[in-house]
Design a binder for this molecule. Structure first.
Ligand SMILES: Cc1cc2nc3c(=O)[nH]c(=O)nc-3n(C[C@H](O)[C@H](O)[C@H](O)COP(=O)(O)OP(=O)(O)OC[C@H]3O[C@@H](n4cnc5c(N)ncnc54)[C@H](O)[C@@H]3O)c2cc1C
Length: 393
């Protein structure tokens, strides 16, 4: 960090927002030898990055984003070899519950063979031998991805920040809201903080997640973006470790982008009833067991356009939680279904086919957000790639 002639603290790159996107921009920028400042409104970030499953599942992404997901797997593993980040490699499985879902996992397996992404088709018996709590009347077979990892969402990002703080040329300002970003010249940007300070930088990247009302609100109001609210549950600790890795089930097969590239996708989707409760609330069932034995279970999806954020209220709906539990009980026999806690998270999602909202407000002031439900999976790889574009190399 330098002090400029006016006495302001100056960095090469200032990043607003210390969720997974902002934090991985900071990580890669430091690797490029840049002086980096990371500014975050909360003292401990608690946006989408801390509220999710922690599933790192490139298997669910379309082929263009799978590249970033696979690069993220490499980065997570590399980081974990240097510092404790909570990364565990237990793979991911998609459990098919009927003939249509079985067709989709077989077709995705074929696609993976062409794209060189490792997956293994499991029979129902193989699934049950690996996951004995799986119900035999649900499981028809599975598609297993041995290279995929999970992280503890409530820990990973804080471990990453600790790692960043140990690097030279890094400064963080947490508990600090950025209120204004003003270009002074083409490569000198003034950034006003809620603590009354002016920070300066040659380049600014705003990774504000779902916060559309503080910086550039007009841009977001007029954008193609949506906000999505998801309900989540935590089941009390089970007596043992019974669900290793990321468990995704039939409704996820019917939802994730990777499956939309399968030849039978359109015909299968055309058959689905659109007025079911599950469809109306965007339910699909994912399980992720933590090291303490508790299980993260979810989720639902409720959308609003970017210009009407208040349409997402703050209630946790018990009918939605009940429907999640009911569907989950059709899939697994668990020793305990005690719900320890329930919460919601909100992410922003672009409607663009690019899968992310990238905007240059003025030269050297960039916005990156709207990564949707794939941020934990792909941000580490995407940000590395995007910095090469921003720095023209
Ligand atoms: C319930 C749920 C489950 C999910 N499960 C998964 C999963 O298993 N796998 C997966 O890949 N993805 C998952 N996702 C998606 C993933 O969590 C998001 O894509 C990702 O966290 C988005 O990261 P972000 O950095 O863009 O936003 P955020 O995590 O929201 O971070 C934005 C940060 O910017 C800060 N900020 C905003 N404005 C300012 C300002 N003006 N000044 C200072 N700070 C500011 C905020 O305080 C916040 O900390 C899930 C999401 C949810 C909600």
């Amino acid at each position: 960090m330098n002090i400029d002639r006016a006495g302001n603290r100056h960095s090469d790159l200032l990043i607003v927002g210390a969720g997974v996107l902002g934090s991985f921009y900071a990580y890669h920028a430091l690797q490029r030898g840049l002086r980096v400042t990371l500014v975050e409104r909360s003292s401990r970030p608690n946006g989408a990055t801390a509220r999710n499953f922690g599933q790192v599942v490139p298997s669910g992404l379309d082929l263009s984003w799978q590249i970033h997901g696979r690069e993220s797997l490499r980065i997570y593993r590399e980081l974990q070899s240097q510092t404790e980040l909570s990364v565990r490699q237990n793979g991911s499985i998609y459990i098919a519950s009927d003939e249509e879902e079985s067709t989709l996992i077989e077709e995705l397996h074929q696609i993976n063979q062409h794209s060189g992404y490792r997956s293994e088709l499991f029979t129902a018996a193989q699934c049950q031998s690996k996951y004995p709590n799986l119900r035999s009347d649900y499981c028809r077979g599975g598609l297993f991805f041995p290279d995929e990892v999970s992280v503890n969402p409530r820990r990973m990002i804080h471990h990453l920040h600790d790692h960043l703080r140990r690097q030279t040329h890094f400064e963080s300002r947490f508990g600090t809201l950025i209120q204004q970003v003003t270009p002074v010249s083409a490569d000198l940007i003034h950034v006003e903080t809620s603590t009354g300070e002016t920070l300066t930088a040659n380049k600014v990247i705003v990774c504000c997640g779902s916060e559309f009302q503080t910086l550039f609100p007009d841009h977001f109001r007029q954008s193609e973006m949506k906000l999505c609210k998801l309900q989540m549950l935590r089941l009390a600790a089970q007596p043992q470790s019974i669900l290793p890795g990321n468990i995704l089930t039939g409704l996820s097969i019917r939802r994730y982008e990777s499956f939309s590239e399968c030849p039978s996708w359109k015909a299968i989707k055309a058959n689905e009833s659109t007025d079911s409760f599950a469809n109306q609330w965007g339910l699909h069932i994912l399980f992720k067991q933590e090291l303490d034995g508790s299980i993260i279970l979810g989720d639902s999806h409720e959308y609003t356009p970017a210009d009407q954020p208040d349409r997402l209220d703050f209630d946790i709906r018990s009918d939605v939680n009940d429907a999640i539990l009911m569907e989950a009980k059709r899939i697994m026999d668990l020793p305990s279904w005690d719900v320890e806690s329930s919460w919601y998270g909100i992410y922003s999602q672009t409607s663009r086919s690019s899968g992310i909202h990238l905007e240059t407000i003025v030269p050297n002031v960039h916005v990156t957000t709207g990564i949707g439900g794939k941020g934990m999976t792909s941000s580490a790889g995407f940000t590395r790639h995007h910095l090469t574009e921003l720095y023209n190399d």
